[in-house]
Structure formats: structure tokens, C-alpha cells
Design a protein around this ligand. Structure first.
Ligand code: SAH
Length: 489
């Protein structure tokens, strides 16, 4: 036991989209010894935690009941008294229908220091992600946050429904989507116009956000027909109609609502995954391959006049093996495409030859006017022979240097099911297609997006026609092809 109790941080995680946590919240999350979280936080929110941090889900026991508040309080206090730094991570803001106030009091009563880190609350964020400003000059000058948990029909209700009906501004209801009918009735009988606009936003700011819009009179039925479920926010007031005009998500996030499996190696998946998430997609990481460095001894580079690199991985492995970058000084350096050229640039080498299309055939063409006597092709062990064959046919002497190999990465059942249940599966190489098929046993389910002809050919060999093939054979090109396909569906 440490002498000093640890601090308890009541941190708002934001409404779902992981980008909406505050800098202070993210900082504390990354350093906490213990994190007690509930269910409303985004699926990736905890990835920032220390790998040895203790994560405790106090949201639900099994599939059902909430952990009782007293138990949560006791857990927080116990860990703090043991000297640990405790983050109590809550969806949205900890003090907005979050029972953060009760937890703060419980800690302070035991002499434990508390820091509160506010979060972006769902009532504002879900509305904003549906294009609804909760206040708007000339439309609404006030906003009330209300719990929808109170049954307006019960005499003991703590809400003054007639006063709420008369409230001159926007009403934002948390919880209680199932009581929407009763809430609307209570407001209408309190004098609020039945034709006033109303919107319900389900899973706001998550990739799977859905929203419905109607009037106070119609909204309950519309939400029921759409099978809107918790968590959902209801916005009542003239601002609710502004979503149609301001709705920004379709344009900024053209992949919103789509689930996309990324099958490339974990080490490279993150850039593509981040790009897809930023476009609104829900990303399922299902790495079916991994890169195994072969750490070869480099030959004497001075003996060559051309060095070809055929992937960003190759570049990384080459530099891992290279003792001194000046060994590349006399060489013409060719990259298979812009991604490989970019990887070279990060090591301070500007490629001399870069075709627009990242494919061996295009590199062969781009090298037509380059005089070559001895070429070194540094690449994956299992690469195609198009390039060496073409250079040899021109009379060049060609050596191959295998820098790494791609090997299968086992896929667990959950990742397999999630990937096959996705709207799209992306393949950035023939090997990712082959290994993913091997691991998953099938490619049935998602629409298959291929980065280029070689990958497409591999998919066909496996018996599957890609839905789309990128015309620019780079991850960016693949993303562009995906957006174009999603727009048609
Ligand atoms: N402290 C949280 C609210 C917790 S109460 C906050 O500040 O946001 C739980 C209610 O919040 C849910 O029933 C729902 O009404 C709302 N809510 C939380 N996350 C939501 C989301 N992503 N989309 C819509 N409503 C959400």
C-alpha cells in the first residue's frame, strides 16, 4: 500500500467518435493505472491505455444489469486508496446525466482528490453530427437538457411538464426513446405546437449513426417505425429542421455507415484504417498477413548502376540493413510507385524513376530509356518476376535481394466474422487476398475492393470477382474507388 492515495480523474470520453475526447482526457487515459469505464464509450477509446493498465467495465454485468453505483464508487475508492491513479471514463460529459457528481462526492468524503475533465456531451454532439445546432440566431436562443427517464404519466414525476412545454427554446432529451410518445403528448398538452420540428439521433457520432426527423406529433411513430433504439438523443424545436440544410456528414464522411475490413498487415493497416475512419467508415482490422524481415546481408552496392524498390516495406527493410545511406550515392534508384517513392523520401532519398501506376509493368516502361548494366532488385521473397525478366531481356545483369517475406497471420473467430460481415473487404496485395481467403475459408459476404490488376487476378483465381479495382494502384487510389462505389449504393 502506498502512503498517499491516488487521484481520481472523472473523464468525459465524448459521445462515441474517438476524436472527440479532450487532450487532457486522452493524456490521463494514456497514463492511468486503472480505468473504470462504461458502455457508451467508443470501441477504440481504450486503445490509448497503457498496456499494463487495469481496465474495468462497470457498464454492464454479463449482458444485462448495470453495475450498482455503490459498487462502482467502492471500486474507485479502493483503487485510489491503494495509491493508483484512477480514470473513471464516462460517455459524453461526466456531469451531464453521468452520475459524475455522486462519484466526486463519494471520493471527496473519503479524502481522495478528484479532477474533473469535461467531455463533449451527446445532446450537443449527436445533434451537431446530424447537422442540428442546438441554438441558432433567430431560431432558438436557449437549450434545455432533460432526462427522458421520467414518466410524465406518473404523479411523482420531478419534471414540470407544463413549464417544459412553455420553455422558449430547444429541448434535448437524453434516454427514454421508448417514452417518446408519452413525452410528446405531455408537451403538446402543455401547449407546445404539434407541428414543431423534432429529430431523433441514434448512436450519434458513431459510424453507424442514424437519424429520423418529423414533428412533435409524428416523431414517436417515425422513430418506432425506424426501430430507433438507445442510445439516442431527441431534439425538439425549430432547430431540428435545420439538419436537412446543414447535414454535413454525407459530404465530409462519404463512407459513414459502411463497415470496411482491412486485411493488410497490422503494421501498415493503421494509416489506411485512419483514412477510412476519417471518412466515416467503421473499420474492422483483420490482418491476414504479416511482414517477416529476412535481414539479409547487403551485397556491395557499388557494383550496381540501378537499384529497384518495389514496396514501402522493401524500403524500410533496406534501410534497416544499410549501414550508411551514402552507399546509395552512385546508384539510379527506381521506385515502383508513389508510395514507395514517399517511403524513400522519408529516408532522404529522392527516387530517380517513379511510374504513375504502382505495377511492375509500368516500372519496366519507365526504365526504357535508362541505361542499365547491373541491376539490384530489392523486394519481397515471393515477388513476381515481371521486372527481373524484362530487365534481363534487355541484356542487363540482374540480382535479386529478398528483404522480407509475407506470412499468414492467424485470424481469430471474432475478426473473421466481423470481416466477412462487413460491407467491404479491402485487398492491398495479392498476398493479403490469398492469406485472408486461407484464414477465413471464404470471401463470401463483403464487396471486394482490389488495389490493382495483380490483386484482382489473385481474387479471380480464388473464384471471386472483385466489385471494384482501383485505377490508381495505391492505398489512396483504393480509397477513391471505395468512395465511388459507396456513392452508387
Ligand atoms: N454523460 C452522457 C449521458 C449519459 S446518459 C453525456 O454527456 O452524453 C445516457 C444517454 O445519453 C443515452 O440514453 C442517450 O440518450 C445519450 N447518449 C449517449 N451517447 C449517445 C450517442 N452516441 N448518441 C445518442 N445519444 C447518446
Amino acid at each position: 500500500m502506498s502512503a498517499l492515495p491516488g487521484t481520481v480523474y472523472l473523464v468525459g470520453a465524448g459521445p462515441g467518435d474517438e476524436g472527440l475526447i479532450t487532450l487532457r482526457g486522452a493524456e490521463l487515459l494514456a497514463s492511468a493505472d486503472v480505468i473504470l469505464h462504461d458502455q457508451l464509450i467508443g470501441p477504440r477509446a481504450l486503445e490509448a491505455a497503457r498496456s499494463d493498465a487495469e481496465l474495468i467495465d462497470v457498464g454492464k454485468i454479463g449482458g444485462g444489469k448495470q453495475v450498482p453505483q455503490e459498487v462502482t464508487n467502492e471500486l474507485i475508492i479502493e483503487h485510489a486508496l491503494a495509491g493508483r491513479s484512477v480514470v473513471r471514463l464516462k460517455g459524453g460529459d461526466p456531469f451531464v446525466f453521468g452520475r459524475g457528481g455522486e462519484e466526486a462526492i463519494a471520493c471527496l468524503e473519503r479524502g481522495i482528490a478528484v479532477e474533473v475533465v469535461p467531455g463533449v456531451t451527446a445532446g450537443i454532439a449527436a445533434a451537431a453530427y446530424a447537422g442540428i445546432p442546438v441554438t441558432q440566431r433567430g431560431v432558438s436562443s436557449a437549450v434545455a437538457f432533460v432526462t427522458g427517464h421520467e414518466n410524465p404519466d406518473k404523479p411523482e414525476t420531478q419534471i414540470d411538464w407544463p413549464a417544459l412545454a412553455a420553455f422558449p427554446g430547444t429541448l434535448v432529451f437524453y434516454m427514454g426513446v421508448r417514452s417518446l410518445g408519452r413525452i410528446a403528448e405531455a408537451l403538446i398538452s402543455g401547449g407546445r405546437p404539434g407541428e414543431q420540428p423534432a429529430a431523433v439521433i441514434e448512436r450519434g457520432t458513431f459510424p453507424a449513426q442514424r437519424e429520423v426527423v418529423g414533428t412533435l406529433e409524428t416523431i414517436a411513430q417515425i422513430a418506432e417505425e425506424a426501430e430507433i433504439k438507445a442510445p439516442a438523443i431527441t431534439v425538439i424545436g425549430d432547430v431540428a429542421a435545420l439538419g436537412e440544410e446543414i447535414g454535413w456528414r454525407d459530404r465530409a464522411q462519404p463512407l459513414a455507415g459502411k463497415t470496411i475490413a482491412v486485411t493488410r498487415a497490422r503494421a501498415q493497416a493503421s494509416a489506411l484504417a485512419a483514412r477510412l475512419s476519417a471518412l466515416g467508415a467503421e473499420v474492422v482490422e483483420a490482418p491476414a498477413i504479416k511482414i517477416e524481415p529476412l535481414n539479409p546481408e547487403l551485397p556491395d552496392l557499388a557494383r550496381y548502376d540501378l537499384l529497384c524498390l518495389t514496396s514501402p516495406n522493401g524500403v524500410e527493410q533496406l534501410f534497416a540493413a544499410l549501414g550508411d545511406a551514402r552507399d546509395l550515392a552512385g546508384l539510379t534508384v527506381a521506385a515502383i510507385g508513389p508510395g514507395t517513392a514517399r517511403a524513400l523520401l522519408t529516408h532522404g532519398i529522392k527516387a530517380d524513376v517513379v511510374p504513375d501506376r504502382s505495377i511492375a509493368e509500368a516500372l519496366v516502361e519507365a526504365l526504357v530509356d535508362v541505361p542499365i548494366e547491373r541491376a539490384l532488385i530489392a523486394r519481397a521473397e515471393e515477388a513476381r518476376d515481371v521486372l527481373p525478366d524484362a530487365l534481363r531481356a534487355r541484356g542487363a545483369e540482374v540480382d535479386l535481394l529478398a528483404l522480407y517475406r509475407t506470412v499468414a497471420e492467424p485470424l481469430d473467430d471474432a475478426a473473421r466474422a466481423a470481416a466477412l460481415g462487413a460491407d467491404y473487404a479491402t485487398f492491398t496485395s495479392a498476398s493479403s487476398a490469398r492469406f485472408f481467403h486461407e484464414a477465413a475459408g471464404t470471401l463470401d459476404g463483403p464487396r471486394l475492393i482490389s488495389i490493382g490488376p495483380v490483386t484482382s487476378e489473385q481474387l479471380r483465381e480464388l473464384g471471386y470477382e472483385p466489385a471494384v479495382e482501383a485505377s490508381d494502384h495505391t492505398p489512396d487510389g483504393l480509397v477513391a474507388a471505395l468512395i465511388a462505389d459507396a456513392a452508387t449504393r
